[in-house]
Design a binder for this molecule. Structure first.
Ligand code: SF4
Ligand code: SF4
Length: 71
C-alpha cells in the first residue's frame, strides 16, 4: 500500500475537523494544546499510517493540507 507524508499549514487551518473525519487511517486530530493566530486549534498529524489517499487534502476548505507520496 502507498505511504504518504501529510503536512498541515497551521496558519490557514480553521479547525473544522473535516480532514479528521474523512481520514480512513485516523492520522489527523485537532490539537488540544496549540492555538493558531486566528484562534483555532489546528489539525495535526498523530500517526505515520498515512496511505496518501489525499482525501484530507481534497476535503480541506482552506487548502491547508499537502500530501506527498513517499513510497
Ligand atoms: S492522505 Fe488519506 S490517509 Fe493520509 S492523512 Fe490524508 S486522509 Fe489520511
Ligand atoms: S479540513 Fe483543513 S481547515 Fe479543516 S481542520 Fe482540517 S486542515 Fe484544518
Amino acid at each position: 500500500m502507498a505511504k504518504g507524508k501529510v503536512s498541515i499549514n497551521e496558519f490557514y487551518c480553521k479547525g473544522c475537523e473535516l480532514c479528521v473525519s474523512v481520514c480512513p487511517k485516523n492520522v489527523l486530530k485537532l490539537s488540544e494544546t496549540k492555538i493558531n493566530e486566528a484562534g483555532y486549534n489546528p489539525a495535526e498529524v498523530v500517526s505515520d499510517d498515512c496511505i496518501a489517499c489525499t482525501s484530507c487534502a481534497k476535503m480541506c476548505p482552506e487548502v491547508a493540507i499537502t500530501v506527498e507520496k513517499i513510497g
